[in-house]
Design a binder for this molecule. Structure first.
Ligand SMILES: Nc1ncnc2c1ncn2[C@@H]1O[C@H](COP(=O)(O)OP(=O)(O)OP(=O)(O)O)[C@@H](O)[C@H]1O
Ligand SMILES: [Mg+2]
Length: 316
């Protein structure tokens, strides 16, 4: 659905996007993440034909964007970062206008507007002037205009920006519904908590370059913390057994109701929990809990965007 090959964009001396390549297949919901100024919005503007690439090429919905940007815009729903709206129009009028610009036939426009307004939670304000709306509702109008022509591909630049915490789950549900309808979505966001629930894959960019690309399960490092609880064994014996394991260190220990809880850190490798469990059982312990926590998406984001470990995999 999206094929980006080494696109580059400069603003004067600033290299905003630097030889970026990635693919998005039909039906994927991909989180496009990166620090402020990483080049996300610039990339999205190039994908939707609002900005020309200096180098490289982008094919969106089967069309080379540079050759036919108008055709691309009809196939794609785009919520720009700046979310430009006609403030003197009502929501209804604006969405009808958006439908006509995107080529929805006159006889089908009313139904298209109703459907988009419903999906974006705008039914209650459909007759209001856009200038009267709060920032969060304006953001919904931006989303509705992206949906109005029922495109197969949505490119959404921070769709949850300006929404209050109660509204964010509604947008998450909307994105999940789009996924069920087999739509393809590329969305940028700084609200990382929402990403695992919605995105099947993430692409992380920094300084205009791709630094990570993969499913979250692949990107999140699993050499973080192990929590173990054991009973039926002396605490000192258990600790000595754990500390003797190569590469394992005991970060903390507590005892409650005869259970000794340990927080451990250990080296990468899938067998870490197995080794910890085996060592405790060998000393006569009963395992009550044994879990390995993957790093959080926030930690993963920091690792890739601040450099540490950025070269150690993830880019494909
Ligand atoms: N119109 C412009 N003129 C000059 N420089 C620009 C312009 N738009 C973006 N830039 C620069 O290009 C770089 C990438 O900006 P871009 O807006 O694409 O980043 P972003 O990843 O969307 O950031 P944010 O998370 O803050 O939205 C930044 O250094 C920015 O200052
Ligand atoms: Mg941006």
């Amino acid at each position: 659905m999206i094929r980006v090959e080494r696109i580059t964009r400069r603003y004067g001396p600033t290299l905003a996007v630097d030889g970026l390549s990635f693919h998005v297949e039909r039906g994927e919901i991909v989180g496009f993440l990166g620090p402020n100024g990483a080049g996300k919005s610039t990339t999205m503007r190039m994908l939707t034909g609002y900005l020309a690439a200096d180098e490289g090429r982008a094919e969106v919905a089967g069309t080379d964007v540079a050759l036919d940007p108008v055709a691309v815009r009809r196939r794609v729903g785009y919520l720009p970062e700046s979310n430009p709206l006609y403030l003197d129009m009502t929501v209804q009028r604006f969405l009808e206008f958006a439908a006509s610009v995107r080529g929805v036939e006159r006889g089908k426009r009313k139904a298209a507007v109703d459907r988009a307004a419903q999906a974006a939670g705008l039914r209650a304000v459909i007759g209001k002037g856009i200038s009267e709306l709060s920032k969060g509702y304006r953001q919904r109008v931006g989303l509705a205009q992206a949906l109005v022509h029922d495109p197969d591909l949505l490119i959404l630049d921070e769709p949850t920006a300006g929404l209050d915490p109660n509204q964010i789950p509604e947008i998450r549900d909307l994105l999940l519904r789009l996924g069920q309808e087999k739509k393809t979505v590329l969305l940028s966001t700084h609200i990382l908590q929402e990403v695992p629930a919605v995105c099947s894959r993430v692409i992380i960019v920094a300084k205009g370059r791709k630094v990570a690309d993969g499913r979250l399960g692949e990107l999140l490092r699993r050499d973080g913390t192990v929590r173990a609880a054991v009973a039926g064994i002396d605490a000192g014996v258990a600790e000595a057994a754990l500390a003797a394991l190569p590469g394992v260190s005991v970060r903390s220990k507590t005892t409650h109701d005869g259970r000794h809880r340990f927080e451990l850190s250990g080296p990468p490798g899938d067998d870490l929990c197995e080794r910890i469990g085996a060592a405790l059982i060998e000393r006569g312990g009963r395992i009550c809990e044994l879990v390995r926590e993957a790093e959080s998406l926030e930690e993963c984001f920091r690792r890739f965007t601040l450099g540490e470990g950025a070269a150690a995999g993830g880019v494909r």
